[in-house]
Design a binder for this molecule. Sequence first.
Ligand SMILES: CCCCCCCCCC(=O)SCCNC(=O)CCNC(=O)[C@H](O)C(C)(C)COP(=O)(O)OP(=O)(O)OC[C@H]1O[C@@H](n2cnc3c(N)ncnc32)[C@H](O)[C@@H]1OP(=O)(O)O
Length: 201
Amino acid sequence: MTTEVPGKLSPGRTTLAARVRDLIEAVVLAEDDPPGLLDAAARIEEVTESLRARRRESPRLLVQADTVGRLSANNPVEGPGNPLAPPLSRIRVDVDGMRAEVTFTAVHEGPPERVHGGWVAAVLDHAVGRAVAAAGHPAMTASLTVDYHEGTPYGVPLEVEARFARRDGRKVYAIANISSGGTITATASAILVLFTGPVPG
Ligand SMILES: CCCCCCCCCC(=O)SCCNC(=O)CCNC(=O)[C@H](O)C(C)(C)COP(=O)(O)OP(=O)(O)OC[C@H]1O[C@@H](n2cnc3c(N)ncnc32)[C@H](O)[C@@H]1OP(=O)(O)O
């Protein structure tokens, strides 16, 4: 079931997501002090139960108007309402493609002091999806090839870019990259397949 919330995302929701993002980072970086950790766990459980008492049916939260379809504000890459999303910021999407900024944290560490490759791929996957939709070809990723040229640092703003390349029948080709201070750390090429039915939000 889709829950549609008209208008802007409430500041309460974005603030809560931001505080939970802070919390996740604090958990990952917390010193090993068993009584302190158990006390924190009990207090967090209390908050979780209070939120669960007002649970919605679906994680979808459709509040952001988009050029093609609507993206959930709880999207796990871009959504400001989702504490798992890094999230993306300074998003610019038009027919020429998508550009955005993303700052990962220690939460996303894979190799020492570098972002886990799965998170890099998730952002690139999302970016190609946004770019092809903006170019008028809403489609789902069938194949994503990622080349990791250098480790991607966290704790610094990164640039994400993606653009539609070409279309061949239902297949839509796109490319994307992620860079740090002008140095490209990962590139992706993707084949997406056009949606045949309605474009999900
Ligand atoms: C506003 C919206 C913004 C959205 C932004 C968010 C982006 C989010 C990015 C994602 O997370 S996407 C989710 C991850 N992807 C999936 O879950 C897709 C899972 N796969 C499928 O559901 C189906 O495989 C798919 C819909 C992609 C294709 O199935 P179909 O039955 O519709 O297509 P079919 O298998 O007939 O293939 C159509 C064409 O694509 C080609 N194809 C399919 N899979 C391929 C593949 N893996 N590699 C290369 N080509 C492929 C296939 O050969 C064929 O080529 P031809 O038309 O030339 O004959």
